[in-house]
Design a binder for this molecule. Structure first.
Ligand SMILES: NC(=O)c1ccc[n+]([C@@H]2O[C@H](COP(=O)([O-])OP(=O)(O)OC[C@H]3O[C@@H](n4cnc5c(N)ncnc54)[C@H](O)[C@@H]3O)[C@@H](O)[C@H]2O)c1
Length: 386
């Protein structure tokens, strides 16, 4: 079994190290900040203790998992690794510098991967002497719990390295989907309207946060409403992802961020972690009640769902991923109640086109342009997964 290296022991790196060690690999976790390593170590101890208490694993297994991880501050420790996954700060310049240095430390055939959420895999790979072995391996947070992993080849990646990377992550019990190196890959691209269309409806005065959340959970069936979820993710982080996707798409109006969320992020109203976001999390704060008008709720739910379907169809149209992987990504990566392409079949492709066209007719904004694939399929009477 290959030895696995992980660079960066923050939220993602520590979780990835846990997953690899649980799968039986010896793992070297490297961070240039010794405090971060100590935190990762004590966090893992707590997680293992909890798993033993709940009876999910026995004490020996917990001890074995912990024993397989070593904690280091220098990348020299990657000398005998067969795969190294990077999970440091989201900064292209820093990542490129670090990868150039990492390549000197690892064996010639070691697969080198980045867990980046928003940077181009090909751009990071350009820093390597041998970019054929470089690949994007994008876990979701928390890595030990979320089943989905997006695998993203760089332009430079060869099939042999790509396949080995994918097989390794599959063997860790994860569900891998293959995505093209485009902004947001699959999940972070398609999911944008869940947040931005909710924000847009609030900005227009269609409904308040509580009502929009109620419509998306109770009527559309999502586990969490968009405003509760943005507060949970953090408005600073969620806003940044939207802004990065928007600028990376050369300012395509479909991905435009919202001033409302930017102001919250600017003000430090990050959500749960700050005690205040769209909602107030201070003790004794009143939970606002939704307006449970079914007609209004249905309109809100339909508008968000059709916008999501439109982007899912667009990801297929632009060959970002195949139909199966697009639906798996949204159900396993962000727990959507249904795959969006299957959802489109259910409500009818022509119906989706009509809803998008009605929005476009009303607003005349690029944001609401219907994906040509949907239009073509409606015209030809086609459905997805045929
Ligand atoms: N947090 C998420 O929800 C999430 C989800 C998927 C992917 N990601 C991506 O994973 C990466 C890490 O995110 P995170 O949330 O775990 O960050 P984090 O801030 O929690 O952890 C980053 C760690 O990297 C260390 N580090 C920074 N520079 C380093 C260097 N030069 N050498 C060694 N260690 C260094 C820091 O000390 C820190 O411990 C980012 O690229 C992010 O986009 C994050």
């Amino acid at each position: 079994m290959i030895k696995v290296g992980v660079l960066g022991s923050g939220s993602m790196g520590s979780g990835i190290a846990q997953v690899a060690a649980t799968a039986g690999h010896d793992v070297v976790l490297v961070d240039n900040n010794p405090d971060a390593l100590n935190n990762a170590k004590s966090k893992l101890t707590k997680i293992m203790n909890r798993l033993v208490e709940k009876g999910r694993i026995d004490e020996q297994t917990a001890a074995d998992i912990q024993g397989r991880i070593s904690y280091e501050t220098e990348m020299d420790a990657f000398a005998s690794c067969g795969l190294v996954i990077e999970a440091i700060i989201e900064d292209l310049g820093i990542k490129k510098t670090v990868f150039a240095k990492m390549e000197e430390a690892v064996p010639a055939d070691c697969i080198i991967a980045s867990n980046t959420s928003s940077l181009s895999i090909s751009a990071i790979g350009s820093a390597l002497n041998n970019p054929e072995r470089f690949v994007g391996i994008h876990f979701f947070n928390p890595a030990p719990l979320m089943k989905l992993v997006e695998i993203i080849p760089a332009l430079q990646t060869t099939d042999a390295y790509l396949n080995t990377a994918k097989e390794t992550i599959d063997s860790w019990g994860k569900l891998t989907v293959l995505a093209k190196d485009t902004p947001g890959f699959i999940v972070n691209r398609i999911a944008r309207p869940f947040y931005s269309e909710a924000l847009r409806m609030y900005d227009e005065g269609v409904a308040d946060f509580a009502t929009i959340d109620w419509a998306l959970t109770e009527i559309a069936g999502f586990r969490m409403g968009p405003f509760t979820l943005m507060d949970y993710i953090g408005n600073d982080i969620n806003y940044k992802v939207t802004e990065t996707v928007y600028t990376s798409f050369f300012y395509d109006g479909r991905f435009m961020p919202s001033f409302t969320q930017k102001r919250l992020a600017d003000s430090g109203y990050y959500g749960r972690k700050a005690g205040k976001g769209f909602f107030d999390y201070s003790e004794g704060a009143e939970i606002p009640a939704p307006n449970k008008d079914m007609q209004l709720g249905q309109m809100i739910a339909d508008r968000v769902v059709v916008m999501l379907i439109n982007l899912a169809a667009d990801a297929l149209f632009m060959n970002v991923a195949n139909e199966t992987d697009i639906d798996l990504a949204m159900t396993k990566g962000v727990n959507y109640p249904k795959g969006l392409l299957a959802w489109a079949n259910e409500i009818g492709i022509q119906n989706c086109v009509d809803q998008m066209d009605a929005l476009y007719d009303e607003y005349r904004e690029e944001r609401y342009r219907c994906c040509p694939l949907l239009r073509r399929m409606a015209k030809n009477g086609q459905t997805f997964f045929n």
